[in-house]
Design a protein around this ligand. Sequence first.
Ligand code: N01
Length: 557
Amino acid sequence: MAAAQPQSVQTRSAHPAQTDVVVVGAGFSGLYLLHKLRGLGLTVKVFEQGGDVGGTWYWNRYPGARCDVESMQYSFSFDDDLQQSWDWSERYAPQPEILSYASHVAERYDLRRDITFNTRVESADFDEHSNRWTVKISDSASIVAQHVVLATGCLSNARSPDFKGLKDFKGKVYHTGSWPHEPVDFTGLRVGVIGTGSSAIQSIPLIAEQAEQLTVFQRTANFSVPARNAKLTDAERQKFRDNYAEIRRVAREEMKNGIYQPVPDRGALDDPEDTRREKYQARWTSGGLTFMGVYNNLGLDLSANDTAAGFIRDKIAAIVEDPETARLLQPNSHPVGTKRICVDTDYYATFNRPNVKLVDIKTHPIEEILPHAVRSGGKDYEMDALVLATGFDAMTGSVAKIDIRGRHGQALNDKWAEGPRTYLGLMSAGFPNLFIITGPGSPSVLSNMLVSIEQHVDWITDCLASMRKRGAGTIEATRAAEDKWVDHVNEVASATLYPQANSWYMGANVPGKPRIFMPYIGGVGVYRKICDEVAAKGYEGFEMGAGAASNATAIAS
Ligand code: N01
């Protein structure tokens, strides 16, 4: 039977429009979810703040933006025709190509007709009598839904630090996470980049080629490995296509991070030093994130980790000509990999250019921004333009911007005041029928996001189908299951080196944010098994209630 068409959203009415599911966000999660929910015969309304699909790839248009997971793997697997027919041009696709892919997906499955763009979801209130959510959107309209799914993305809430004087700066100020749609030309300008995370490390080499003078303000040096990006040949694409079924299976079920790659069978200290260096050199030469997969204990054992960290520090010293700049660029404050390792093209070599300067703002923090300069350590660095590569209020930031009220009017922000609490990263107790895609407590940002997105979307749609079959109107995580899961997430994280870094994984980049290791570090294979077992045991740890009947006209069996 054909799905019922959703009514249009109604403004200022006593009888708001109804839908089965409201989805917040039209990035990769929202797109795939819409496609799958339609397959269940549910009515769906997607609200997206941006002007088009793509999520993080819609906003992050800074020079050099590209994925750090190889595109043949950073892509949907749910439709073999799609993965066989899309031609990725490079090993790591640049942002415009990833955005074209998102647009292609939207067209191929006719998704845009159920997406309302340029629209923010302001609040969502759960009514315990009707078991429905009332979702308020930015133009003062409301819609009533049985389910709400937050497909809001983990790195979508760009964060600008509150530098004294920033608003009085006379030049242009850009944030890498909300870059303009029109090209930015830095030719002839003195440009300052604040931050040295992945976004900065990708953009600095390209900005340096244009700008007259580039000053990089670094608080924490980061580990970066070469991407070795290159055009993909037909033969390379074909190799994936011929083996996609197995590659995707292994990535989903056997890999910790959802990326198909060789699995290490030993720890770093099991090899003699010369063998170890050869292995690190081989990964450095082939490039990419798999550098951290040389050994199986780099994230667990500090002595093992030191060997990899030392190798990268030596590389920096060999590439960067000025010894003081090299010293500042060598990370010493955290084990390698405990902040997301960066993947670059010519980042360290860029500091050999005569027009590039590194300023250490750890020792001399930025005191203030003047109308034409940045003041640090009592010195004024004259600037025509500023780039804030200062990251995101990650994982919870976009959720927190929505005023979400569950049972007894409890605000999700209050419940999460000491850090996010979820069961499986999918639901939070007291908030029935509210799902989160790749939420805190799931592998999410520690994985190939496309793998984790597909897994969550599949799990949620299976769950909704199961509810309808049982005649259940509500589903909610139990407090006991949530407490146990939160403990487990913390326990697994504390057995690793990750909590040692002041990373955005820990919320440490946002002043006042609780320090909790937010993603689940047990690995996507293990996590998938747990989620599947929970479903197989009749959604153990969740309670289903009778609730009210749905608006749906048909459910796929
Ligand atoms: O943000 P970040 P990002 N004063 O938080 C500095 C993904 N991503 O946008 O480390 C001075 O990593 C901050 O310093 P510190 C990827 O998962 C992927 O670069 O807090 N400096 C840091 O240097 C990545 O991890 C790709 O001391 C301040 C920088 O700003 C995530 O997004 C590309 C400051 C922020 O680094 C975030 O990356 C890009 C202050 N007040 C991003 N506040 C791919 O390759 C912050 N900083 C796919």
